[in-house]
Design a binder for this molecule. Structure first.
Ligand code: NDP
Length: 461
């Protein structure tokens, strides 16, 4: 049995049988049969209707689904509610695009017509992490279905409950042919690996850790299937002295994603501040970090939740010990155990200052409420520090000089750069990783094309 416990208080939240390897194989087979036996891939109207109904069902579920997301994953209820809405928006967006999976056609020679047709890839495995179980599922699921594919979903063993409920909404919509959407739970190393290696799986869309992503790419190589990888990050949040100071401080705290104990892939976990405002900036940021109300995500007024489990707690505390040797601990750096917090995996929002570029806490994705602050003299040094990790998922620049903002945004090697804001994501705007943060793009039109193959039909006239 798979048991999920609330990371904020240890209570049992969800219990379900783990799938077996045979279940995973049956799921792939059901998906393949559904693709072959139905006209789903050629029926954009049906796909648009199915997705529209799903978006409506998801939106309507917010009052009971968001608390379940919080109890499974720990984030504050407001964050879970936003996650449900973002999931519904993504499905709505791709419901609209389902009728617009256009290819193109052109004359290649006076007697040769090319029809370039976008077709579904086939059976797509969608493997999801725990930190945003629903929005990281809907982000690839909606375009995969809009493009006419069949899917097999595997959530993280840490957070399968909300996904199981969501899958039942799909099951209740008659426009989704049986077998088009399949769901298994179970360990990544067995059930997940089967969904990658299986010869009848045509594409794997994986979101998770960079090291797992590398493993998946190797496993997928045997059958040369398509892979989409959304991986880890260590995103730089660069603040220049001419930025709006108060907005930038609030933005930096938000970027550090303390609300979800730093467990956000795009988190601005490295804060780069121009030397002339550095001291004042760190002081103000620290005051705000110390005021954050940490607690169980369902409790009124809580702004920051727990880590997902004991393993993650230990891992983050180990990083904190390393950090104490590498840099200056400004605030936090310890577990919180007063009162009810003792039952959960809480760490005080933690800020390290004067972190050297090569420090482990400046290089590794900690996935905890740990912010590494670095000072820089000028644009060149800011770019050098910003690009000094193996990651390239996101980043931000705060300045009132638009030319400087664009220069910096162009030089930062990452799939997304915000200017004077952080973390805003829209279903219509692409995101994805440079360097070791991933392969391919999600959201937007590019996110739809990822789930298609391009066929060239050549007609001799
Ligand atoms: P993991 O890589 O550990 O797991 C992600 C998923 O992959 C889980 O469902 C897991 O299953 C499964 N899995 C693990 N090993 C294998 C394998 N060998 N074959 C197939 N599937 C496997 O990541 P976490 O769940 O710990 O999530 C945190 C990570 O996700 C962070 O690095 C974060 O940056 C990244 N992430 C990236 C995002 C992006 O958009 N770029 C967004 C959010 C998170 P199980 O856990 O059940 O064993």
């Amino acid at each position: 049995m798979l048991e999920v416990r609330d990371p904020g208080n240890g209570e049992l939240v969800y219990r379900a049988p783990n799938s077996t390897l045979d279940d995973a194989r049956d799921a792939v087979s059901a998906a393949k049969t559904a693709m072959e036996a139905t006209d789903w891939g050629d029926n954009p109207g049906q796909r648009a209707t199915a997705l529209s109904k799903l978006a409506h069902a998801l939106r309507s579920s917010i009052d009971w689904l968001a608390p379940l997301l919080t109890r499974e994953g720990g984030k504050p209820l407001s964050v879970s509610r936003a996650e449900v809405l973002r999931g519904a928006e993504a499905i709505e967006y791709y419901a609209g695009l389902a009728r617009n999976v256009y290819g193109r056609s052109t004359m290649l020679a006076p007697d040769s017509l090319a029809i370039l047709l976008r077709e579904p890839v086939g059976v797509v495995s969608i493997i999801v992490p725990w930190n945003m179980a629903l929005s990281l599922l809907t982000r690839p699921l909606a375009p995969a279905l809009a493009a006419g594919n069949a899917v097999v979903i595997k959530p993280s063993s840490a957070t399968p409950g909300a996904t199981a409920e969501f899958v039942q909404m799909i099951d209740a919509i008659p426009e989704f042919p049986k077998g088009m959407v399949n769901f298994v739970v179970g360990p990544g190393s067995t059930v997940g690996a089967e969904l990658v290696k299986h010869p009848d799986v045509d594409m794997v869309s994986f979101t998770g850790d960079t090291s797992t992503g590398k493993e998946i790419m190797k496993m997928a190589a045997d059958t040369l299937k398509k892979v989409g990888l959304e991986l880890g990050g260590k995103s730089p949040n660069v603040v220049f002295a001419d930025a709006d100071f108060d907005r930038a401080v609030r933005g930096a705290l938000n970027a550090a994603s303390m609300f979800h104990a730093g467990q956000v892939c795009i988190a601005g976990s490295r804060l780069l501040v121009e030397e002339t405002v550095h001291d004042r900036f760190v002081q103000r940021l620290t005051e705000m970090a110390n005021r954050l109300r940490v607690g169980h995500g369902l409790k009124e007024g809580v702004q920051a939740g727990p880590l997902i489990n004991e393993g993650q707690l230990t891992r983050v505390l180990d990083y904190v010990e390393v950090g104490k040797r590498e840099a200056e601990l400004v605030t936090g750096g310890h577990r919180l155990t007063e009162g009810e917090l003792e039952k959960g995996y809480f760490i005080a929002p933690t800020v390290f200052d004067r972190v050297p570029v090569t420090a482990k806490i400046a290089q590794d994705e900690i996935f905890g409420p740990v912010l590494a602050v670095q000072a820089f003299k000028d644009e060149d040094e800011a770019v050098e520090i910003a690009n000094s990790t193996v990651y390239g998922l996101a980043g931000a620049v705060w300045t009132n000089d638009i030319s400087k903002a664009i220069r910096m945004a162009k030089k930062i090697k990452s799939g997304m750069v915000w200017v004077n804001t952080f973390g805003k994501l829209y279903p219509a705007g692409e995101m994805g990783g440079y360097k070791q943060s991933g392969v391919g793009r999600q959201y937007g039109l590019e996110g739809l094309w990822e789930f298609t193959e391009l066929k060239h039909i050549n007609v001799q006239l």
